[in-house]
Design a binder for this molecule. Structure first.
Ligand code: FES
Length: 309
């Protein structure tokens, strides 16, 4: 569901990065959100997800910071076309990267524009008096929100310039953590892979390493399969067509946002059969349970997948 919002302010915060603030338009309302949440913005026929940077209380509207990437995409539209006072359609905030309530300490790790959900976490941690520290890796070309983090995380911020230094600082901080710490990372795919690898080699359980992806990699078209609905009806899913699209085509729409296996919106319970999980959300333990899947990207290892739909 999307509501009309108004671009209240737009400002440059670092080379190639702008911050956008939105206030509700007619009939819309700001909603509190969990730190690390994102909204989906509909721009010129496309929908893109962006992390909110506030603490979740929405006192100053919704804020996002966007790096301009390429031409013709959502970020270029926001940078080049959107002006203060323009209206735009925004989804309600959705959380797929929330802090773990039982964590004794939180280690937040950001690289580049991946700082946006981490900034939200830091602001919320201060508001709710959570124990935390931050590792922020950036390049000499720009460090969005660095001054904000320096001000907010005084004495708890570990900075790194360049990938090699980031790996060094990250290794040290992952090693130093007390039992009960949960670590959260957002940044380019390479950095996330390093985060997971380092965590694994240092003995961190996968359940305590949380990641927020910007987008899923390109996927193979996959083999055809059949989904069976609770009514007994069969819906064919051809190779190269997502189960989400096949279901919509058959008149069984499933709510979806990112369509990349990232946001968690399209989760469907699986009653029988084995999914081929292609999302970036489930942990390996959750994958093994095979009791749900994300039809926007995931397919089936078995000829048929019975869904609770
Ligand atoms: S729509 Fe986002 S995970 Fe499927």
């Amino acid at each position: 569901m999307a509501d009309v919002f108004v671009a209240a302010s737009i400002r440059d915060i670092s080379p190639g990065v702008k911050e956008f603030a939105f206030r509700p338009g007619l009939g819309a309302a700001l909603r509190p959100y969990a730190p690390g949440s994102h909204i989906v913005i509909e721009t010129a026929g496309k929908a893109n997800a962006y992390s909110l940077t506030g603490d979740g209380t929405t006192a100053d509207g919704y804020r996002i910071s966007v790096r301009r990437q390429g031409d013709g995409g959502g970020s270029a539209w926001l940078h080049d076309r959107l002006r203060p006072g323009d209206t735009v359609r925004l989804s309600r905030p959705r959380s797929a990267f929330a802090p773990v309530a039982t964590a004794k300490h939180h280690l937040y790790v950001a690289a580049g524009i991946g700082v946006t959900p981490i900034l939200s976490h830091v602001r919320a941690a201060l508001r709710w008096n959570r124990s935390f520290e931050v590792v922020y890796g950036y390049s000499a070309a720009g460090a969005p929100h660095l001054e904000d983090l320096q001000r907010l995380a005084r004495g708890r911020l570990f900075e790194a310039e360049g990938g090699a230094q980031l790996a060094e600082v990250l290794t040290d901080r992952l090693r130093q953590q007390p039992v009960g710490t949960h670590a959260y990372a957002c940044g380019p795919a390479g950095m996330m892979a390093v985060f997971r690898k380092l965590g694994g080699s240092l003995g961190w359980p996968e359940e305590r390493l949380h990641v927020e992806h910007f987008a899923a990699p390109e996927l193979e078209p996959g083999e055809p399969f059949t989904v069976r609905l609770a009514s007994g009806r069969a819906v064919a899913v051809p190779g190269g067509t997502s189960a989400l699209d096949a279901l919509a085509e058959a008149g069984v729409p499933v709510p979806a946002l990112c369509r990349q296996g990232v946001c968690g919106q399209c989760r469907v319970a699986v009653a029988a059969g084995t999914p081929e999980h292609r999302d970036l959300i489930l942990t390996s333990r959750e994958r093994e349970a095979n009791d749900c899947f994300y039809p926007c990207v995931s397919r089936a290892q078995t000829d048929e997948l019975e869904l609770e739909l």
